[in-house]
Design a protein around this ligand. Sequence first.
Ligand SMILES: [Mn+2]
Length: 349
Amino acid sequence: MKLSFRWYGPDDRVTLEHIRQIPGMEAIVTAVYDVPVGEVWSRESIAALKAQTEAAGLSFEVIESVPVHEDIKLGLPTRERYIENYCENLRRLGEAGIRCVCYNFMPVFDWTRTQLDHVLPDGSTSLVYYEEQVQAVDPVNGDSDLTLPGWDASYTRDELRDVVAQYRNLTEEDLWANLGYFLEKVIPVAAESGINMAIHPDDPCWSIFGLPRIITSEENLDRFLKLVDDPHNGLTLCSGSLGCSAKNDVVRLAAKYAKQGRIHFVHARNVAVLENGFEERAHLSSCGTLDMYAILKALHDNGFSGYIRPDHGRMIWGETGRAGYGLYDRALGATYINGLWEAIEKAGN
Ligand SMILES: [Mn+2]
């Protein structure tokens, strides 16, 4: 495995200089943030990120994310232009040395939480999802200004209502068809560019606000991989996104898809699965529901050689900043991943 860390670019208050001091850190996971979703990334912006990353002694091989424009997910005629832009981005990223691109295919809303600063018993804060709080929000018909944290601020409330309304007649089967159409055009370009595509599971892995969600379960991951049966069409195994549903056995999924050579990127984090949702917790297995040792062992024993990063951390030690993306708890997560991996490797020899 290659240890990596997400960095939000020069505006991130977590600096590359700090990230490189985490033991075993190899690669940066980042993206170009200076153009709207769907547009082509300039070669200058890509080159600047590469230069900054490499000047800090870290490698520039993973992008998270190249976002997919809603018109592609909706299957509108305008998708052709956005798919061509997407392919051009892959060509440019391949030329710059990128080997793995993470993306998702969730309609409208990316990850969803109901609170970003829930206080855990030890005084740290974390991101949580409580079903009753989600039920209280209606993005289409609601009169109130109730919103959930993390919603795309680039939409006004009326725009959000419009884009959600566009999905009203789109079934899960339609979304599958639109994903297949996208992959058939994009995967050959990724292959030519030396890039492994790694779809991120839906987070959480169930439908919200009546919108279809399909990257949610073992059955659907199987179906996804068959849409274009090419190793460049692969997965980001996000333990917390799949593991927040008790229906998903993340250890089994890690073993199965690593063995198939289809896991290119791993997001490692722990969650406590509750009756009414879930709470993000520290990475240590005993802090949540997931057995992080068993997940990493399943990856190791089935030949996983891709990138892994600690996913969301809590806020600890008085740190403030982007929820889930502080330095301290993610660095502890990275060190925990290192420790588990070293022990697994040495026990196997
Ligand atoms: Mn993730």
